[in-house]
Write a protein that binds this ligand. Structure first.
Ligand code: PMP
Length: 350
């Protein structure tokens, strides 16, 4: 069985459960509302006969639409199969040195998986006691930095100055900011792009644009960095984005009003849910995302509550890990879903 030594063996990332029946699904930070109406139309209008052709490998239209929406040039935009694909390409492209890449000890748990699969050395910088980023901890020799802002699964956002200081102190490293949840709160690092050529921002259409099923993510950076990303992409798979995804993404970006209304609704529901959780004795970190990281009242273990909720067909996320295991991560659903959630919590707590 000598071949085992030649196999790239990895410990994979564990995605949240996707039960294939109707449940109150508050476990993977999806959007509870449908995507913009133009998305369905755009997908429907793709003629089956055209599917015999390859899609545009350059993803030009979608990149141009994103560039226009965010005040950039299309050459500053990269798109991929969900931000997981974009992040993976970023790890492969930008972290090819010998020095360790730095990211927080509590953050999106895919970062260390990509580092492992690509054999990238890394070190974790512990979050402070209050789960906030320790900016000073990133002021050391490194081969790159990954920041998730707002962070997951805490939901906490750091001000732009924190990101700016880190980017400024490590001019020889790529500083990647994962802004998967930025549309729900916090300050984007976008205005910093001009000043810091080492900055790269990654985002997704899975949450605020309700397209998790389409798999669309994107990155913003300097023309130079985006060119390096494109070169690596074209060295792995030229046609990452299929025609339906390209059309759906374009339609979603073009409907700004629907996007803003959807995000606003989720934010209102989030703030209401915070009040309900406080009333029921939960403690939570002050989320600026579409989820709340909350600790049940004394006497109720997060792991037990997770199971009890599941018995009522309410799915939330539980992380059996140090510093996380006392909490549940609860995605913001519709008002009706959150009312059901609160009602079941009341029953369990009674
Ligand atoms: N970054 C963060 C912080 C996330 O929570 C997620 C969702 N799991 C992603 C990236 C990836 O999302 P997607 O691939 O759907 O764009």
């Amino acid at each position: 069985m000598g071949y085992i030594d030649n196999i790239r063996r990895v410990v994979p990332y564990t995605p949240g459960e996707q039960p294939q029946r109707a449940v109150v699904k508050l476990n993977t930070n999806e959007c509870p509302y449908p995507p913009a109406p133009g998305v369905a139309e755009a997908v429907r209008s793709i003629q089956a006969a055209r599917l015999r052709l390859y899609p545009d490998p350059d993803c030009r239209e979608l990149r141009e639409a994103l560039a226009e929406e965010y005040g950039l040039d299309a050459e500053q935009v990269f798109v991929g199969v969900g931000s997981d694909d974009v992040l993976s390409m970023c790890f492969l492209t930008f972290f090819a040195g010998q020095k360790p890449v730095l990211f927080a000890d509590i953050t999106y748990s895919f970062y260390d998986v990509w580092a492992d699969v690509y054999r990238i050395p890394y070190e974790r910088v512990p979050l402070r006691e209050d789960y906030r980023l320790d900016g000073e901890g990133f002021m050391r020799e490194n081969g790159g930095i990954v920041l998730c802002n707002p962070n997951a699964p805490t939901g906490l956002a750091e001000p732009m100055e924190v990101i700016e200081k880190i980017a400024g102190e490590s001019p020889d490293s790529i500083v990647l900011v994962d802004e998967a949840y930025i549309d729900f709160g916090g300050q984007t690092a976008l205005p910093l792009l001009e000043k810091y050529p080492n900055l790269i921002i990654v985002r997704t259409m899975s949450k605020s644009r309700a397209l998790a099923g389409m798999r669309i993510g994107y990155a913003f950076g300097s023309r130079e960095l985006i060119k390096y990303l494109q070169d690596v992409k074209f060295s792995v798979n030229s046609y990452t984005m299929n025609m339906a995804a390209l059309a759906a993404g374009l339609a979603a970006v073009q409907d700004r009003l629907y996007f803003e209304e959807t995000v606003d609704k989720i934010i209102v529901t989030r703030e209401n849910t915070k009040r309900e959780l406080a009333r029921l004795g939960f403690e939570y970190l002050d989320s600026e995302t579409n989820f709340i990281f909350a600790r049940p009242p004394r006497g109720l273990q997060a792991a037990d509550l997770f199971e009890r909720l599941k018995e009522h067909d309410i799915y939330v996320r539980y992380f059996p890990k140090p510093r996380l295991s006392e909490y549940l991560r609860i995605t913001i659903g519709t008002d009706e879903e959150m009312q059901k959630f609160v009602q079941v919590l009341e029953e369990i707590l009674a």
